[in-house]
Write a protein that binds this ligand. Sequence first.
Ligand SMILES: [Mg+2]
Length: 417
Amino acid sequence: MINRRDLLKLTAASALLPPIVGRAATADEPDLRERLLVAQASPVLRRDRLPEPIVIESVELLRHGEQFFVRVRSSDGTEGLALTNKRVIRSIYPMLPALVMPHFVGKDARDLDKLIEGVFVRGHNYKWQGLGFWSCVAWVEFALLDLIGNHVDAPLGELVGDRIRDRSGIYYANGDRESSAGAVVDQLEELIDISGAKAVKFKLGARMRYTDASTKRDFELIPLARKRLGDDVTLFTDANSSFDVPLAIRIGQQLEAHGYGFFEEPVQFDHYDETRAVAEALEVPVAGGEQVYGMRRFQWLIENEALQILQPDLLFFGGFVRSIRVARMAEAAGLKVVPHMSGFGLGSLHVLHYASVVPNSMPYQEFKGDKDGLPYEVIGTGKPLQSIDGEIDIPSGPGLGVRFDPDYMRRFKPVEP
Ligand SMILES: [Mg+2]
């Protein structure tokens, strides 16, 4: 039990603690904390480029088979569309009309920053924080950005800043943990052949665990990929939380010896102290963030030098605006971002628009090709997104810069709440 004297001591001690704002974060970066707080709180949507109110008249969820779209309309009849991630939405779509969509109806889309903050605290929505809730917010947000872009005839990037890139390099990721090291390198060669990619990523460990067999394969694969693909290819690896700290450090040293670009999720994704321990022991940059849902979690990871490359997922983390805030925090700390790309279908479109406007973006964005065969075209080219010589032109048409086949869209019907 605390007596009065102890309580007074505690109170006195807490009075000596430095205030949170402006507190020295690290000895050599005394004002980092303050810069991170400014970066995450500054306006994102450029209201100065939006002279007229854009009143959101409707927010609808449309479905045809396995595919869902969010469609928004403003009072003058302009539309915005966002294709959702079909692997995610089929498990969670009732959250959209129940928790998220009604918050936006009747509001001015120019207040997007505040609407996103508002939907988080609406009712008890904050208790739902996680992949499901934030993905729902992100889909509505991408539809609204498409709508706003259509209103002012500007691509998505120009709604939040100055477009600094018209094209971006891509990397392909290989997800095979079953095949031999040699067979994985065969697959990487094939991906490079079809896309011209200058960077590829492959998996390490056994996904959330490791085994003797997976470790043997990792130690074989790391030098083999470098030897066969050559020094001109940038190599990334993703452990999906497979290792403990000692093994992560041994693996990381191999990555360093063979000049790898980053080491993603070496230890369990929410073991932040362990992630920091790995990062402290290694020179190869540690990447992560695809399973981070809170802005202050990213702040902690940056401030404590646990991650050197930040990977917010533009859908899982709640959309473009929130992910821009992460990029700005990373920039304030001199770090790079490369978003995790969860959106099959048009996920690449989101990360390309992000790269168009984020100065500290890495030179390669993840691209999965057009596996779904979606009937869409990039406005101005008449073709889907294509990697030529390992680069993709970032769409410059209004909003998301793509158009779906009208016959295909007519098959979609509203999902009743
Ligand atoms: Mg990953």
